[in-house]
Design a binder for this molecule. Structure first.
Ligand SMILES: Nc1nc2c(ncn2[C@@H]2O[C@H](COP(=O)(O)OP(=O)(O)OP(=O)(O)O)[C@@H](O)[C@H]2O)c(=O)[nH]1
Ligand SMILES: [Mg+2]
Length: 288
């Protein structure tokens, strides 16, 4: 029996959340083709007969411009320091620019992954792997998170270096985040998928109400905060068409995850500087 805490760390868009979802065989972490999809870290627990791996999917490493991003990188730093094993993940694009900031490094066990190997020719991947091996002074495991390529090998490598002999969690739970957290993440994922380049980064999600009802569907009220009136107009769309679409698609993800039907209400509010408002950021973070 072995277990331990593992942080998945890397630049935005390298496939950290995809990797976690594939390992757990459930979509608990928001994925999109845009960078900076993950804001708050997602804990996901992998269990098998003789091991328990507690993963942290973290936000991609960025330079911080506002309080929201400072919180993101602050949480990442804490997770790095409290994890037993760090998994550094690179993809085909950012491998040259892999200045993983000094505070996101520490001594101890680590594994290095090159993801999206499906997009690379053999010659290219050999070159990148050689470069990363020299940089990290350790083996580099090529994977494709999307295609589930080499993930067993990666898990086996992790298992061989897990430090503890006791499980931290019961072996039938997959995360410890509240349901509200996942509701907010699903809505955010749909916002990322639905709108162009501006809206996803200007929108913050708060689950304002979540009432379980014995007779009838659960009621969930979600507020989408944006920075300007013009963004509110875009989110809502002509005749409310866009927000309706976001509602339908989010509800599908939420119902699938919760395993029951819900009534989802979406409200858009303008809060000019929400990315610097501590109380709002805390609500978004914890979704309590
Ligand atoms: N071709 C290919 N695409 C991948 C692979 N893994 C992830 N992707 C894609 O890469 C994009 C980003 O994936 P995410 O999992 O959201 O990346 P992330 O590292 O969590 O990104 P942030 O949360 O923004 O830091 C998505 O479009 C994924 O489908 C892979 O192995 N191959
Ligand atoms: Mg992510």
């Amino acid at each position: 029996m072995k277990s331990g805490y593992v942080a998945i760390v890397g630049k935005p868009n390298t496939g950290k959340s995809t990797l976690l979802n594939k390992i757990l065989k459930i979509n608990i972490s928001a994925v999109s083709k845009k960078a900076q999809t993950t804001r708050a870290a997602v804990l996901g627990i992998y269990n098998d007969d003789d091991s328990q791996i507690i993963f942290y999917d973290t936000p991609g490493i960025i330079k911080t411009k506002n309080l929201l991003e400072k919180e993101m990188m602050g949480e990442l730093e804490k997770i790095v320091q409290s994890s037993d094993i760090l998994v550094y993940i690179h993809d085909n694009k950012n491998w040259m620019d892999e200045r993983i900031d000094i505070k996101f490094k520490k001594d101890g066990e680590r594994l290095v992954l090159l993801n999206k190997i499906d997009l690379l020719e053999q010659k290219e991947s050999d070159e990148i792997i050689k470069h990363l091996q020299e940089k990290y002074q350790c083996d580099v495991i090529p994977i494709s998170a999307l295609n589930d390529y080499n993930l067993d090998y990666f898990i086996n490598n992790l298992k061989s270096i897990l430090p503890y002999e006791n499980f931290f969690y019961p072996n039938d739970i997959i995360s410890e985040k509240p349901e509200r957290f996942f509701v907010a993440e699903f809505v955010r994922q749909i916002v990322f998928e639905t709108y162009g380049d501006e809206i996803p980064y200007s929108t913050g999600i708060v689950v304002d109400d979540f009432k379980e009802r014995k007779d009838g569907k659960d009621y969930i009220k979600v507020i989408l905060f944006v920075e300007r009136e013009s963004q509110k107009k875009i989110i809502i769309g002509h005749g409310g068409g866009m927000i309706k679409k976001v509602g339908i698609e989010s509800r599908r993800l939420i119902e699938n995850f919760l395993g029951k039907q819900v009534y989802l209400e979406l409200i858009v509010k303008v809060s000019q500087d929400w990315k610097n408002k501590k109380n709002l950021i805390e609500r978004m973070w914890k979704q309590l």
